[in-house]
Write a protein that binds this ligand. Structure first.
Ligand code: ZN
Length: 325
């Protein structure tokens, strides 16, 4: 409390109070107003800062941000669907397509590998929603990489499929004489009695008994490498190189329908049954070679015989009878 001051008034011969100056009063009022407005201003700042009060612009920005958040959630669901579909394609790729074409499956680590080294997502850091944005970007990057790997794998498979198709068309997969043209299945692959020497000899081909002039067909796609009479015992014969290590021989023909160097397709008429060379009766002696070894042709007729026909063929061909050579 401020001291009350007095002075001596000689006119009234009494002590009187000294009144404070007017200017000082004004100053106090000013101080009060200043203090109040400062307090009010700080209070306003506090309110604005605690989101209790928002400007219209802030409100619209807030709505925009929550819309983005919602959109990211939707994108997240969509990415999950894409990841599932992609996983299914990759599974089929590894376990069906690549398996069928004898290509090694692509390891999981290679398909799902992320990106090492520098932090690719640094520019996305430091914001309120950084985590959700970085996560989505990472997922998309991985999906993109997986798509590239999958696409390359399918390119590889397309090439293998084309190769496989060529291979399947090339291998000797049908009987060289039509089943209905056969008078009987004479002799198969194995130990047989030689028709001339009457001793047991390995017969490394198959004999098809049919009348002279019966059509003989190429058993697979290939190129005629021989069509001549210059091989001992075979008489007029044809050799076809099918590639992939396969070769077929058609012997004792009466006539050729192709010449050396000619390309043939499976089922093309290449010549006619005869009795030329070391042959006892009209028949076709047929050989299948794989990697310079003669193998049993009976395993290759699946393309042209019914199961019943194949069974009959097998029965005849495995009989230890006399070959026609
Ligand atoms: Zn034979």
């Amino acid at each position: 409390m401020s001291k009350v001051k007095y002075y001596y008034d000689p006119d009234t011969l009494s002590y009187r109070k000294i009144e404070p100056k007017k200017s000082k009063r004004y100053r106090n009022v000013l101080f009060f107003l200043l203090g109040a407005s400062l307090f009010g201003f700080l209070g306003l700042l506090f309110l604005l800062n605690t989101n209790l009060v928002n400007t219209p612009k802030e409100l619209s920005l807030q709505r925009e941000v929550s819309n983005y958040e919602l959109q990211y959630e939707i994108l997240d669901k969509k990415m999950e669907q894409i990841e599932n579909v992609l996983a299914n394609i990759q599974d089929r790729d590894n376990n069906i397509y690549r398996l069928y074409f004898e290509a090694n499956p692509i390891p999981e680590e290679q398909r799902k590998a992320g990106f090492g080294g520098v932090n690719r997502y640094k520019s996305l850091e430091g914001f309120n929603n950084s985590e959700i944005i970085i996560d989505a970007t990472k997922r998309l990057d991985i999906i993109q990489k997986q798509m590239v790997i999958q696409s390359k794998s399918l390119d590889e498979i397309a090439i293998l499929a084309e190769e496989k198709e060529k291979f399947l068309e090339a291998i000797p997969a049908i009987q060289p004489v039509r089943n209905e043209d056969l008078t009987r299945m004479a002799s198969g692959f194995g130990w047989r009695t030689d028709p001339f020497l009457k001793t047991r000899k390995m017969h490394r081909g198959m004999d098809f008994t049919a009348p002279r002039g019966t059509p003989v067909y190429a058993s697979g796609n290939g190129k005629v490498t021989r069509a001549d009479n210059n091989s001992s015992g075979f008489g007029k014969h044809i050799r076809i190189d099918h590639g992939y290590g396969y070769l077929t021989v058609y012997a004792h023909l009466s006539k050729y329908n192709v010449s050396k160097g000619q390309k043939v397709k499976r089922g093309d008429l290449i010549g006619f049954v005869g009795n030329t060379g070391r042959s006892e009766a009209p028949h076709l002696h047929y050989e299948v070679w794989k990697d310079k070894e003669r193998i049993n042709p009976i395993n290759f007729y699946y393309g042209s015989l019914s199961p019943q026909e194949f069974e009959n063929m097998l029965k005849f061909a495995t009989q230890e009878n006399q070959s026609l050579d």
